[in-house]
Design a protein around this ligand. Sequence first.
Ligand SMILES: C/C(NCc1cnc(C)nc1N)=C(/S)[C@H](O)COP(=O)(O)OP(=O)(O)O
Ligand SMILES: [Mg+2]
Length: 562
Amino acid sequence: TQFTVGDYLAERLSQIGIINHFVVPGDYNLKLLDYLEYHPKLSEIGCCNELNCAFAAEGYARAHGISAAVVTYSVGALTAFDGIGGAYAENLPVILISGAPNTNDINSSHILHHTIGTHNFDYQMDIAKNLTVAAVALRRAHEAPRLIDHALRQAILQHKPVYIEVPTNMATQPCPKPGPISAVIEPETSDKASLEQATDVAADLISKSEKPLMLAGPKLRAAGAEKAFLKLAEALDAAVVVQPNAKGFISEEYKNYAGVYWGLCSTRNADKIGEFADFFIGAGTVFNDYTSNGYKVGPTPDQFIDSDYMHVSLPGYEFTRVKMDEFLSRLADKVSKKNATMVEYARIKPALLKYAPANPKELLTREELMRQIQGVIDGNTTLYAETGDSWFNGMQMNLPEGAKFEIEMQWGHIGWSVPSALGYAIAAPKRRTVIMVGDGSFQLTGQELAQMVLHKLPVIIFLINNRGYTIEIQIHDGPYNRIKNWDYAAFMESFNAEDGKAKGLKANTGEELEQAIQIALANKEGPTLIECYNHTDDCTKELVAWGSTVGATNARAPSADQ
Ligand SMILES: C/C(NCc1cnc(C)nc1N)=C(/S)[C@H](O)COP(=O)(O)OP(=O)(O)O
Ligand SMILES: [Mg+2]
């Protein structure tokens, strides 16, 4: 049969490694969905709505490296854009594919459904250009190969989302078969001269420092530079700390690991070793208002080297086209041992946080809840920490070798965790995905549990019900931070309908939580939600301190010259 634009896109998606793509059908994308389904190595995962579809693709990319979401025009894409903004913020290459009006209508006087009812068919592309690194519209079949390959290559190189708009009459149009996939996936490498000079300058700065410290940031994984980072840590034998949204990128059992570096929300005295250090070797760091505690935490520019995916910054120097992993690896060849921070850390390293078991008959406390969740985490667990006090509880969790941790601190969209974890669990069915999510966050996107029931994914959801928006209460309280309570356990079981194997349980005491966890761990046929009692005021001390700092930062008066 005739090879078409739809076949070309399907083949390219498969060639870059996608196995499952996430969809919400609509009459602008149905033919395109057929071509993706025809492809022997692609299969679709349906989602309840397009926000969840984009978040599921984001989660798939966290586990699998790259992903695709397919939605309909305007009414679909506009909510998907919220998840795509998140993918951009979190450095995840999600390919958003949207159906679009028939090319005959675009310059006609026709008014089309799902649009805002004008002759403007560009508003979706205009938005897409702001939230992706490449946005293309396939309005002529002969351009499709060039536009598709361009968009996919930018997603892969920059580890950012891209956008491909496919008019409803385009998927069926004849199209040549694709050329070699190397044209799309061939990696970029550093400019050699810049790599040499950048590492010479860095080696010199490090040799002049007394107590260098290594700091992993949230872009480290996107740059694929974890190994190179550890090679440098080994060459220096320096202590290693991570920013909160890089937790888990470095094994917490690594001999030089010194905790999460987040000011008063730090773990394992990472803040203290940060105060001791006189030079920071960063990699993929981002000090936003939340991870700098209102711009109070972090090295000064004169004591800080940092690298992005294809850029290196040093005091007095900026090098373009120097790739993070090549920079770190080459620098490791040029430095010698400088282990002052490890010597000092050996002195101040605290014992691992361990809560004493509570009386099993008593109402659950936050500490007892966290003690028992800690007990669930093993080397095969991926722990999702949703926006909320779960950020701070998640930070304190000790990750055994092999355990992974997912968080969304740059976008910080409540409701991200359930749909993202769906995509993650689809990509990594052999891992045990465990979610810590608050009641407020859960209410935005909890219906995506339905797909976990359909696909029999044994995800464990700790629904932490503290009756409202506790983070917001700690930043600034008001009546708006109280929400209607749900019967979350019954909500979970409602998705079983005639054939599901999900379990919805409630745990108000330590004993009930123990029992619920045993049931959850034994349930391999579907997700288990455990609704956990947590008193509204029983939150982490870190959230209380952080909340007042962030509240004050938000409240800064306009500067005089504004
Ligand atoms: C309302 C809001 N943030 C504002 C917000 C509002 N809308 C979106 C999409 N994202 C956001 N972060 C936040 S953090 C709530 O405290 C979350 O409540 P919950 O999930 O229940 O967690 P905690 O009780 O631990 O805070
Ligand atoms: Mg809450």
